[in-house]
Design a protein around this ligand. Structure first.
Ligand code: ZN
Length: 277
């Protein structure tokens, strides 16, 4: 029962659009003597607990201490990680992803932590024998995963669910290059603060994937609190492209919403190589 509640809360968290804990509401709270925090005890209940991507009391180094439910943030199988390409092993056991992505109406949400697209039901992907439903995709700037110690300017996360406690996230980097068609169409509509933009326009989800389906695979966690260790990570080897202007504009909105890389603690990163022959 407790597990069900935890999973339910997690889903609400993942799916929720209106979590209100932006930097500015924090500042207001701190100035209000009725809302001063007791730094000596941590609450059991995490609902309404503020966290941020930036240094300080509620920053990534301290997520695990903010409340009981965020304890996983101090776990041994956390994400993101650095991908050291010299240590990655190519694995014949890994399969090509089987995408069954369709089209979705456009629902863009800035929830104070990221810019997220919620997608219509019906898009799935088969990953190493398991079917996952696509729930949403969202962005980080700079990238959360690094390759040989280096960040890319942006990373998108396609969040999928097989069962309550079995998620798969496909992460894709962006490098500077050609204009990105999705950003070209919607960057001006992205809410710069908490808010939404909805439109009946259809997005062809398959058009958002790179051609080369090679990926790095490892077991990890959500990269935001509660940092639950239920995520199979598929980080695509081929980055997508966006123009310098687009990257600059989007990065300003995302405001360095990345978690620093976490130790592998003995985990192996494996490579599925799409290049046949
Ligand atoms: Zn993410």
């Amino acid at each position: 029962m407790k597990k069900n509640i935890a999973i339910f809360s997690l889903l609400i968290f993942i799916l929720s659009a209106g979590i209100s804990c932006q930097e500015n509401s924090r500042t207001k709270q701190q100035k209000d003597p009725m809302h001063q925090e007791n730094t000596h005890s941590k609450p059991k209940d995490c609902s309404g607990v503020h966290w941020s991507h930036h240094k300080g009391h509620d920053g990534p180094e301290n997520w695990k201490n903010l409340c009981d439910g965020f304890a996983d943030c101090g776990g041994q199988r956390q994400s993101p990680v650095d991908i050291d390409t010299k240590k990655v092993t190519e694995s014949a056991d890994l399969k090509a992803p089987g995408f069954h992505y369709g089209k979705t109406r456009t629902r863009i949400i800035n929830n104070g932590h990221t810019v997220q697209f919620d997608v219509d039901e019906g898009s799935t992907v088969k990953l190493n024998g398991k079917d996952y439903r696509l729930l949403q995709f969202h962005y980080h700037a700079p990238s959360e995963h690094t390759v040989n110690g280096r960040h890319y300017p942006l990373e998108v996360h396609f969040v999928h669910q097989h069962a309550g406690d079995d998620l798969a996230v496909i992460g894709i980097f962006f490098k500077e290059g050609k204009k990105n068609p999705l950003f070209e169409k919607y960057l001006n509509k992205f809410p710069e603060k908490e808010g939404k933009y909805d439109s009946a326009d259809l997005i062809d989800l398959m058009s958002l994937m790179p051609d080369d389906k090679s990926y790095y695979y490892y077991d990890g966690s959500l990269t935001t609190p509660p940092c639950t260790e239920i995520v199979s990570w598929y980080v695509m080897k081929q980055p997508l492209e966006a123009s310098k202007d687009q990257i600059e504009k989007f990065s300003k909105i995302l405001n360095r919403n990345f978690r620093p890389v976490q130790p592998l603690n003995g985990r192996r990163i494996r490579l599925y190589n799409d290049k046949k022959g």
